[in-house]
Ligand binder design. Structure first.
Ligand SMILES: Nc1ncnc2c1ncn2[C@@H]1O[C@H](COP(=O)(O)OP(=O)(O)OP(=O)(O)O)[C@@H](O)[C@H]1O
Length: 247
């Protein structure tokens, strides 16, 4: 099996805080991987190491087969990233935002025209190309942000709380889109605080206090815990490990 992420004993310390503690995980390619955990459990630090933005204190890992320390530049070029804040220019149009991201990703004119057309079709942004982004609803901004993160045709995309503050219909559409993209071979890492959404992932990992508590498919984790849903399992794990006071 091919793995998009392979981490072995990955550790990050900030002074005397161990943000991520000996994280070992293998995530198969072409799947949706939900990285879950309460605030402060180490998800962002893990993502920052995976993207090659910060170096681990110890341990090692690969993303798309590239070493996260030695080949971080190759990783940065091969992945897409969408943040919770969407990182769009509110006073520019949809098209101008796309042009901006195309230039950041170093697309030449031909590639830019080709890829922007594909993304506009994919995200159904027709007729909105000249609209000022600040006037779009949250759901449309979310679609544009996802589209911008896909402009350079990455094989792997990281979505950091992509559905925060977005209405339920848009959230459903968003998940349908990422499911379609994974069926076409894209690998997806998503963080979310919505457990009913996380349940739609192919694999989930629970982090708590820098540790990986569990990795598996949602259905096997729910079954193993004699539960009905991931939210109950999540709360059970947190309570078993000392509750939120531990963080
Ligand atoms: N640059 C830093 N310097 C010092 N401590 C840090 C730094 N970055 C993260 N931490 C600490 O590491 C721990 C893990 O934080 P991290 O941001 O990775 O958690 P998280 O699960 O992503 O939380 P959230 O859901 O709030 O984003 C926390 O205790 C945090 O305060």
């Amino acid at each position: 099996m091919e793995y998009v992420i392979e981490l072995k004993d990955l550790t990050k310390r900030f002074g005397n805080i161990t943000a991520v503690d000996k994280l070992s995980i293998k995530v198969p390619s072409g799947k949706i991987f939900g990285l879950l955990g309460p605030n402060g459990s180490g998800k962002s630090t893990t993502i920052r190491m995976i993207c090659g933005i910060i170096k681990p204190t110890s341990g090692h890992g690969t993303v798309l087969g590239f070493d996260i320390v030695k080949e971080s530049e190759k990783i940065k070029k091969s992945i897409g990233y969408m943040s919770q804040k969407f990182s769009l220019y509110e006073d520019l149009t949809v098209k101008e935002n796309m042009d901006f991201y195309s230039s950041i990703y170093g697309l030449d004119k031909k590639e830019r025209i080709e890829r922007e057309k594909i993304i506009i079709d994919m995200m159904e942004l027709h007729n909105r190309e000249n609209q000022i982004v600040g006037t779009l609803s949250g759901g449309w901004k979310q679609r544009l942000a996802l589209g911008c993160a896909l402009l350079h045709n990455p094989k792997f995309i990281i979505l950091d709380e992509p559905t925060s503050g977005v209405d339920p219909v848009s959230r459903r559409l968003f998940w349908n889109t990422i499911k379609k993209l994974t069926s076409e071979g894209l690998s997806v890492l998503v963080t979310t605080h919505y457990m009913e959404e996380a349940q739609e992932s192919d694999f989930v990992a629970f982090m708590f206090n820098g540790h990986l508590l569990k990795f598996g498919t949602p259905s096997e984790i729910i079954k193993e815990n004699n539960s009905n849903n991931l939210e109950d399992v999540f709360i059970k794990y947190v309570n078993e490990h000392g509750g939120m006071d531990k963080l």
